[in-house]
Write a protein that binds this ligand. Structure first.
Ligand SMILES: Nc1ncnc2c1ncn2[C@@H]1O[C@H](COP(=O)(O)OP(=O)(O)OP(=O)(O)O)[C@@H](O)[C@H]1O
Length: 681
């Protein structure tokens, strides 16, 4: 890959085999992720792109302001000032590119974002009916003034660039023999070591025994420790306590997760403590509740902000003058003045940002965010990195964070789904295997499991406990017997009294629909191809029964492994619920999604549509039914453990039993411990 092959890179013979393998897989994944966007942008007609929601045509620059970091905040509207097409897919946080005219220049390679030879890339900060606001690092006003423009949604290449750079940096450390202790454990197969424990003075006295043990154990790790948190066991609570303990010891902590939401969950809980912390990340991409912890916000309220206020005022006054000036020469001068002012502003703000970051005891950002300039400036200054949702993080992206500290704690659950990998070949090569997976397998002694869950009725927990957690999980007494009928306004019915239920389609000829294209066995495309219309009807009927008993729509979610089934269930719910005229329910309040998309979430009632149902067709030579990626036990684990009070599986028990393994066990457990109803009933 480009980064490893660059000047000063090690010779092939010095490449660490595992890093070389990861680098190759990263290249596959990156080109797969960028290819579809690149293809569309360079080969589809502008009108087609607009119809698909990927481009906005015939727009103009209507206003500019100066945002934090000297960024140019540009507002765009359609030339006719009308609303944007309803189907557009532009969202806050998206990376977009602006082109003068209607056509994009032909792509060169996938190396630049989307392959376009245009560097006017920005991040969407606001989406309104007829106005789009985008933040740019550079000035483009003079190029866009008075012109008809086109805005395209681009693939975000930044994470891939940062992962590449991290792998190359680690490789260089190997050559220089300067690997940090945590990287030595990972890449030289050294065993993690632990020091003597010290007595703990907890901030959160409510932590249970296993949470306390996990905190104390992680504090004693010299290189790394794993905190295994099955669903609802208070992983985040534990991580928050751990971070506070690290700070108490005088350490500087970098807290990361693979997604913005994983980071924000911790920011939300940590910000109520008095620890000086800062959340690094584009404000457009963070939860509104944590905005006040973002670097941009802290900067705005710092002393340094005063210094730059005058400069901003001058820029904005130039912008006002520009609106009144007709002279081309004068306009050019004003643009140039603003360019210079913004550059100056950026330099000053950068210095201020760096001083805020270095004064923070705790810095929080995504794993890929650790490769940003702001964090890089502080490289080497962190004592420990804490990675939450580590079992959802690509190994390559984890290295971006691991380069910043000698020691790490990983929290996650390798019994739930791994990170999504789009390229089938990268997946086959093991790109979804996480650092957490590797360490949990190689060094189980470096892991502590949280054993008390605060989410599920005991019957819901039961199957997952046996199948995934060696029976070590306990239900806290506050949740052990919780049912839907205990909720206010919910009446007692067979359904609301049942924690675990199976609506069985066996023998009902409710077959799955033939896949549209079964050739592509890559996870998501494969999943998109399966539906089961009769099952969708049963799901909608069950949801209606729950609503009739008084369960709130927002307390119910439907999950299914197959993306195509999501659409079918939504349509079925809309038809069924809207046609019942006595009901004042908006069917969209009931969340319907894929199992993969619902990881990390929970609801009082979960209805699972299994989809797969076949008789002789699809039975393999071994006699087991072909059930595709439903067989992944981690997917079933995630599906079932989203529920607090009620989980209802709608599916064909015969097909599942023939599939064997975890699915056979699921049927047996539900049939023994739950309410079973035939779809015939
Ligand atoms: N020791 C405890 N005593 C009482 N409640 C607790 C305790 N630890 C966690 N909880 C509660 O359990 C719930 C789940 O906790 P938390 O969000 O930390 O879990 P998690 O493991 O991060 O969840 P997920 O499975 O979604 O990753 C929260 O409502 C939290 O307040």
């Amino acid at each position: 890959m480009a980064v490893l092959a660059s000047a000063g890179s090690p010779a092939d013979s010095q490449l660490h085999p595992h890093l070389a393998h990861l680098t190759a897989l990263l290249a596959l994944e990156r080109s797969h992720a960028l290819a579809s966007s690149l293809d569309a942008l360079t080969h589809l007609a502008p009108q087609t792109l607009q119809a698909r929601g990927l481009s906005l045509l015939a727009v103009r620059l209507t206003a500019t302001r100066t945002g934090l970091g000297g960024k140019l905040l540009a507002e765009f509207q359609r030339d006719d000032a009308a609303s944007f097409p309803a189907q557009h897919a532009f969202r806050v946080g998206d990376v977009v590119g602006v082109v003068v005219g209607k056509k994009r220049a032909a792509a060169k390679t996938a190396e630049s974002n989307g392959g376009v030879d245009n560097n006017a890339e920005g991040v969407v900060t606001r989406v309104e009916d007829a106005r789009l606001t985008v933040a740019f690092k550079e000035d483009f006003e003079d190029a866009w003034e008075g012109k008809i423009l086109r805005i395209d949604k681009l693939a975000n290449d930044t994470p891939y660039v940062r992962m590449s750079a991290a792998l190359a940096a680690v490789q260089n450390q190997i050559v220089a023999n300067s690997l940090s202790p945590i990287l030595r454990v990972l890449l030289e197969n050294r065993a993690p070591t632990f020091r003597d424990r010290v007595e703990l003075q907890l901030y959160n006295e409510a932590l249970n025994e296993s949470q306390r043990e996990a905190v104390s154990f992680a504090l004693s790790a010299n290189e790394c420790a794993l905190i295994h948190g099955p669903p609802g066991t208070g992983k985040t609570e534990t991580v928050v306590e751990l971070v506070r303990q690290f700070v108490k010891l005088g350490l500087r902590v970098l807290v990361c997760g693979p997604s913005n939401i994983s980071v924000d969950n911790i920011v939300e809980r940590l910000s109520s403590t008095r620890i000086p912390l800062v959340r690094i990340g584009h404000p457009a991409r963070v939860l509104p509740s944590v905005l006040s912890s973002t670097l941009d916000h802290v900067l705005k309220n710092s002393d340094a902000a005063q210094l730059v206020l005058d400069m901003r005022a001058e820029i904005d006054s130039n912008i006002r003058k520009l609106a009144k000036t007709k002279s081309r020469t004068e306009r050019k001068q004003l643009w140039q003045a603003n360019k210079d002012l913004r550059r100056d502003l950026r330099t000053r703000e950068r210095a201020a940002l760096d001083s805020i970051v270095s004064a923070s005891r705790v810095v929080l950002c995504t794993l890929a965010g650790c490769g940003s300039r702001t964090v890089l400036m502080n490289a080497g200054e962190f004592d420990v990195v804490v990675v939450d949702e580590a079992s959802q993080a690509l190994e390559a992206e984890t290295y971006v964070a691991l380069l910043r500290a000698p020691r790490a704690v990983f929290a996650g659950d390798h019994r739930q789904l791994p990170p999504t990998v789009r390229s089938a070949n990268a997946n086959k090569g093991g790109f979804a295997t996480t650092v957490f997976d590797r360490l949990a397998k190689r060094c189980p002694f470096a892991m502590r499991m949280l054993d008390t869950q605060y989410r599920m009725n005991e019957a819901i927990m039961g199957w997952a406990n046996g199948a995934m957690y060696e029976g070590l999980l306990k239900g806290h007494e506050s949740v052990r017997t919780r049912l839907l009928c205990d909720l206010q306004g919910v009446s007692e019915t067979d359904e609301t009294r049942a924690a675990v239920m199976w609506i069985d389609t066996a023998g009902c000829d409710m077959w799955e629909a033939a896949p549209a294209d079964d050739k592509d066995l890559q996870g998501d495309s494969h999943s998109r191809s399966r539906t089961n219309p009769a099952e969708a009807e049963l799901v909608a009927k069950h949801v209606e029964t729950l609503l009739d008993a008084g369960v709130a729509p927002a307390s119910i979610a439907v999950v299914t492994p197959y993306a195509a089934q999501v659409g079918l269930v939504r349509a079925e719910l809309a038809t069924r619920l809207v046609s019942a005229s006595s009901r004042v329910i908006n069917p969209t309040e009931i969340e319907v999604g894929t199992v993969d998309g619902f990881q990390g979430r929970e609801k009082d009632a979960i209805v699972i549509s299994l989809v797969r149902s076949s008789d002789a067709i699809g039975i393999s030579g071994s006699g087991s039914a072909e059930v595709g990626f439903l067989r992944d036990e981690r997917r079933m684990n995630v599906a079932v453990t989203r529920a607090r009070r009620h989980v209802c599986v709608v599916g064909d028990s015969e097909t599942m039993e023939r599939a064997g393994g975890v699915l056979k066990g699921l049927v047996e457990w539900f049939f023994e411990h739950g309410e079973v109803v035939s779809a015939h009933a």
